[in-house]
Design a protein around this ligand. Sequence first.
Ligand SMILES: *Cc1c(COP(=O)(O)O)cnc(C)c1O
Length: 387
Amino acid sequence: MVYTDYESQLAVLRSKGNYRSLSSRIPQGKYVIAEDRTLLNLSSNDYLGLASDPLLRQDFEAWVGKRSYPLSASSSRLLAGNYPVHRQVERQLATLFGREDALLFNSGYHANMGILPALANKRSLIVADRLVHASLIDGMRLANAPHIRFHHQDLDQLERILVKESPKYERIFIVTESLFSMDGDITDLTRLVALKRSYPRVLLYVDEAHAFGCRGSHGLGIAEEQGCIQDIDLLIGTFGKALASMGAFVVCSSLLREYLINTARPFIFSTALPPYQVAWTSFLLERLATWDDRRAHLATISHQLAQALCGEEKAMGATHILPWVLGDNATCLQVARELDEGDFYCLPIRTPTVPAGSARIRFSLSADMTEREIATLSSLIQHMHRL
Ligand SMILES: *Cc1c(COP(=O)(O)O)cnc(C)c1O
């Protein structure tokens, strides 16, 4: 009896094309392996192809050598789980970004659901882009502060909100992503910085999950590319995507770091990242600046696929996340099936993950894909366009 409701809810999800299930396909390098065939994986966030690079793993094992890094931290960093390597990576990040300090979190999800509740209060206002990631939305929901969402990338609307609301609050958090996970578009951070200069009491909170590793001359992200690292109060990056590790960080002032250590519940009440994992992150961060060739190739194939999807003109400025917006969930599922039959593993992104009527295939590219593979995918897409 107590389960009946869950059963019927699942049936509703199935009928709406929203049912989710785990795939039995096994990821292997840039592919996923099905029972009888191998598909190119266009649903992974291994943007630089580092996670699938066996040589890198060998180099790491040599780099570790005789040092011993435990596979578990066994407690929160505030108890007995604080290893030198945790602090070492934070200092490494601070140096890379040229900022005062950084704080590690166990994941981007932990960071985003912890930071706003820690820093915002009733005298704060949170103003966020409507399409920010679920983890940021959960952070807003948990925070004891009012929030307003503005239309995606509508910085004019954001400014109108600031004009009207900023006198009423002690502090305003502007929350956005630098490279959006579903649309692959880039935020004008320089304009946000200008807004921050005109409205005192504004803090900028920028999630670079999809850009960290992939963009900027040292791979630090869009803030590096747009020359405004110093102006972002809370810059979030994750290690689970391009960096091929696990965990996340916020780059911020020493004061905010200290405050978060004292107040961010996911930091305080969760076991710290395993030192071995953090050592791998450190090893990768040491090499991040040297992967220009991977970033350049990623840009090349992104442009190539964007041309097939939306034509030469619109392909300018395309990123490694490319949406193919198809409309309703059913059409999207059908297109995903056809791509699958062509040996391309592309996941349908459905409503309600994206707004109604904008169900899409989201292609995410990886630097270990060849131009030839993207050409094959492009011709399949063009063939489907014609149908
Ligand atoms: C993936 C993602 C996160 C979550 O990061 P994890 O480390 O995977 O928990 C946070 N923000 C954005 C924008 C993301 O895309």
